[in-house]
Each structure stands twice: as C-alpha cells, then as structure tokens.
Design a protein around this ligand. Structure first.
Ligand code: HEC
Length: 125
C-alpha cells in the first residue's frame, strides 16, 4: 500500500528528524567552542578558570559569579542572567550587550553557529 508506506515514512521523518538535528547541533557547537572559546574558557566539571571564567553550568547562572575570576565592572554590574536567549545576543557581539567587557572576542556572525554553540553550552552541567 503506497499510501500507508508514505504515512510511515512521514512519521519516521517527524520522529527521527528533530533527534538527528539536535545531535548534529551539539556536535557542531562543540567544534565551535573548541575553535572560538576554549583558549580562554573551560567547561570541565573542575570549574577551572582560564583567562575567562569556567563555563561549566553557565546556562541559567547570574553574570559575574564564578569564584576566583576577576571580572570587569561591566560584567559584574550587568545584572544579566545567562539564559539561552541572553547568550544568543551576547555571542553575536559581547561588546554590544556588555559595553566595556574585558572579553576580547568580537562575536560570531552565523546565527546557526550561535544556536549550536548555545545548545552545546546548555549540556555543560
Ligand atoms: C580572549 C579570551 C576569550 C575568548 C576567546 C572568549 N572569552 Fe568569554 N570571557 C573572557 C573573559 C576575560 C571574560 C570575563 C569578561 C569580563 O569580566 O568583562 C569572559 C566572559 C564570558 C561570559 C560571562 C561569564 C560570567 O560568568 O558572567 C560568557 C558567557 C562567555 N565569556 C562565553 C564565551 C564563549 C561562548 C566564547 C566563545 C564563542 C568566549 N566566551 C570566548 C575571555 C574570553
């Protein structure tokens, strides 16, 4: 029966498509993290600070609260909470969201790369 086979294929795509897409995103996000962030940030459970603060558990955290990190007044006073939405804006242009931040990173242009990176960061907890 071609119709039911078509329906089965449609259901398979509906069920498997998002799962595959999600896994892909996180992998791409990990690659982006290694390329753009890992020089200055760690995501290890040991909460290791490099030039920048540990990003383990970053999603949902208040800005400027990692022990042992010397933050700029701009970051500390920003009163931001790093939700996925705020991170998305920050990673497009850290200086635009937090003027005066000492994070020397000009931002990422590609919205998909930012989305993948945020998906990766959400898993670091
Ligand atoms: C050249 C070093 C450097 C690079 C590259 C860098 N950062 Fe940072 N990052 C910092 C520093 C330093 C701070 C603290 C900034 C301040 O106090 O103003 C920071 C702060 C942050 C914060 C705020 C953390 C908090 O606790 O408030 C986030 C989130 C962040 N970085 C994410 C990233 C991501 C994701 C990338 C990669 C796309 C990245 N950073 C690339 C150095 C860097």
């Amino acid at each position: 029966m071609p119709v039911s086979r078509l329906a089965a294929a449609a259901i398979a795509i509906l069920l498997l498509g998002p799962v595959a897409a999600r896994a892909q995103n996180v992998d791409d996000g990990a690659d982006s993290f290694d390329a753009n962030c890992a020089d200055c940030h760690s995501v290890s459970k040991q909460l290791k600070n490099k030039k920048g603060p540990s990003l383990f558990g970053i999603v949902g955290r208040h800005a400027g609260t990692v022990a042992g990190q010397e933050y700029s007044p701009a970051n500390k006073g920003s009163n931001l909470v790093w939700t996925p939405d705020v991170l998305t804006r920050y990673l497009a242009s850290p200086q635009a969201l937090v003027p005066g931040t000492t994070m020397k990173f000009k931002g990422l242009k590609d919205p998909k790369e930012i989305a993948d990176l945020v998906a990766f960061l959400e898993q670091q907890k």
